[in-house]
Design a protein around this ligand. Sequence first.
Ligand code: RIB
Ligand code: CA
Length: 310
Amino acid sequence: MPRKIIIDTDPGQDDAVAILLALASPELEVLALTAVAGNVPLPLTQKNARTIVQLAGHQTPVYAGCDAPLKRTLVTAEYVHGKTGLDGIPLPDPTHPLQDQHAVDYLIDTLRAHPAGTITLCPLGPLTNIATAFQRAPDIIPRVAEIVLMGGGCFEGGNITPAAEFNIYVDPEAADIVFKSGVPLVVMPLDVTHKALTSRAWVEEMRALGTPVGQAVASWTDFFERFDTAKYGSEGAPLHDPCVIAYLLEPALFTGRHINVEIETGSELTLGMTVADWWRVSGREPNAMFMGGVDRDGFYRLLTERLGRL
Ligand code: RIB
Ligand code: CA
């Protein structure tokens, strides 16, 4: 029985690879993509989500959600992902339609309609849609089987400020709601994703697939690598969001600890920091399986095998 998931996303080239990995994997049933403002504004993230579904030759419904954080002005990342959010390869405008229903209403209705504990939420961007759904319909919170998200950092620090990772930083109040919700949480922070670096060899493996998907993944990686390799001086770039889907497929690729993680929402200096109690010194209740390590070669082997199926 495939695991039912909803991917909440702000594509973003790395979101795109995560979505393709999920669509290529029969162990997962992707009920829908819910788009949120993040890497680029909502009109682009919803359009990119539709483009990615169409590239995969699937019919997965796409819903547009929140266009701004709960309380703050939207911060975007065109400097990483380009003006369209999917720079690297020109793709035709999607004909795959956008659903009329708001993503937050879709999340609420779907979690109410399915048996409790049967849907996993996979947020790959700011947590605004998830938090809004939880605020508007608290009854759905215990119905969520698990949340597996990309966000935060511990020993790796931050990537948009010294203290904060982008997804959490954009909407720290939303992250606070999700991390305090009591839903079983698996967190893929920069501590993991900075070990999941692309390589020239892997990008050329993608290009050598000789498929539209392989070409797109290679071109997207070439594009977004330029920023990270300049910043970190590494050969490759961190493929953040696919770590979420890879965990669902092969959890043994990852190692981590069940610890307490809280979100800074007050201090401007450390706003959006995931205060991860890795050494369990706070005495605060553990609320998240916070990942720290990944089998990088196993991760890329899985990616290559699955993307080769599309
Ligand atoms: O900090 C990395 C995260 O921010 C990734 O999800 C990337 O797509 C952006 O959303
Ligand atoms: Ca993302």
